[in-house]
Design a protein around this ligand. Structure first.
Ligand code: FMN
Length: 375
């Protein structure tokens, strides 16, 4: 177990990086007010700046953080330019083949739908396959396109280009003819309702944020099983931005929790720490600038429930930070610039007995709003 001193969360220490901004600002304000303005006016300006100092500082760091987030979104997404990195191209392909999957899953797909999307998909698929070979994204694209081709053929619509492309891929990669995921699959109401008939209410009502853990390591296989389920979370066009970085070494956990402000009193007993991130490379338009937090949040929720299903406890640890905290933590954690940190998650086994916060919820009528038809 980690030494108390190393692990004690240091909210106070987190002020230090901020002081690096404060000191020069103070010196500059003093210099300007004393040297450039008449004595009394200078003193008045300095006092004003000092009085509004907290506000000015917070405003400055807020603007700097928004610029930091936006610059990273511009650098890593393909919102403003064509997809170039492999991850961006995979996201592009996923987005495009998923158009066909979605179209085929409608109650009455229109024969020949999505011809313009097909050209866009092929413009990236062909060079991608040439460069990176037949990986799983190419395989899913081919299967989705084969399902689309079969649907159109059933309705008398043929595309010579698509036929030639699919024939070419199947000749080159015979494994693509094997059954696999891609396109659509038939399901039944009965099948879904039977499989979903778990006591979800009890499951949800017995999940609590856990701030007391047994001193037992968490098996990596359990985390892997939970992450596999978290991968089933919905994500925009199935682009799957969610990532998890796991640390189960006590000194590494201690090092990272020093950057986090909400683990005081239990950070030192956290057996495993997850940092949940979203890969900005999967986002495709300016409108998706907040999608990382949305998809990352959904991913995190499924992960929390999947851990709960295995009897593991967890506690979300906020990553509501500005750039001066985000940068050094990311460096210490070995998390690349293209990943947006969503939150940390403390994970561990439950002790025999423990206390949890009641955390009462708001009345339902504050949360649930029905809107009637307009008169
Ligand atoms: C994004 C997020 C960040 C959170 N950060 C912290 C934190 O830093 N420290 C902590 O003790 N709890 C944290 N929590 C847990 C909340 O306090 C908790 O979810 C809430 O009070 C409801 O309680 P429950 O999870 O037990 O139902 C966080 C929760 C969320 C969703």
């Amino acid at each position: 177990m980690r030494a108390e001193t190393a692990a004690e969360p240091l909210a106070g220490d987190l002020g230090k990086p901020r002081n690096a901004f404060i000191a020069p600002a103070r010196t500059a304000a003093r210099w300007i007010s004393r040297r450039l303005l008449p004595a009394r006016a200078g003193q008045r300006l300095y006092d004003t700046l000092r009085g509004g100092y907290g506000y000015l500082f917070r405003r400055g760091i807020l603007i700097a953080s928004v610029v930091y987030d936006t610059r990273r979104f511009i650098r890593w997404s393909f919102a403003l330019r064509k997809p170039r990195t492999r991850a961006q191209q995979r996201a592009f392909l996923t987005m495009k083949y998923h158009t066909f999957e979605k179209g085929l899953a409608l109650p009455q797909p229109r024969p020949g739908f999505g011809q313009d999307r097909l050209a866009e998909l092929l413009s990236v698929l062909v060079p991608y396959e040439r460069r990176f070979g037949c990986d799983e994204v190419v395989a899913v694209c081919v299967k989705a396109l084969a399902a689309y081709q079969a649907f159109n053929a059933d309705h008398g619509v043929r595309s010579a280009d698509l036929d030639a492309l699919l024939d070419g891929y199947l000749a080159k990669h015979p494994q693509l003819a094997q059954p696999g995921e891609g396109g659509t699959k038939p399901v039944t109401r009965d099948g879904i309702t039977r499989a979903a008939a778990v006591d979800f209410e009890s499951f949800v009502l017995h999940r609590h944020s856990i701030r007391d853990f047994a001193s037992k390591p968490v098996d990596r296989a359990q985390i892997a099983a939970a992450v596999r389920l978290a991968q089933r979370s919905p994500s925009v066009c199935n682009r799957q931005a969610g990532r998890v970085h796991v640390y189960d070494d006590a000194s590494r956990i201690g090092e990272l929790l020093r950057y986090q402000s909400g683990n005081r009193g239990f950070g030192h007993i956290v057996p495993a720490l997850c940092v949940i991130t979203a890969d900005l490379q999967v986002f495709a338009s300016p409108g998706e600038r907040f999608q990382g937090w949305i998809d990352g949040g959904l991913f995190a929720m499924t992960l929390i429930y999947a851990l709960h299903a295995q009897g593991l406890g967890s506690c979300c640890l906020n990553w509501s930070v500005t750039l001066d905290i985000d940068k050094p933590m990311r460096r210490a954690a070995g998390i690349a610039d293209n990943e947006l940190v969503i939150m940390m998650l403390a994970v561990g086994h439950l002790p025999e007995t423990l206390r949890v916060a009641c955390s009462p919820r708001k009345p339902l009528d504050e949360v649930l709003v029905y809107h009637e038809a307009r008169p």
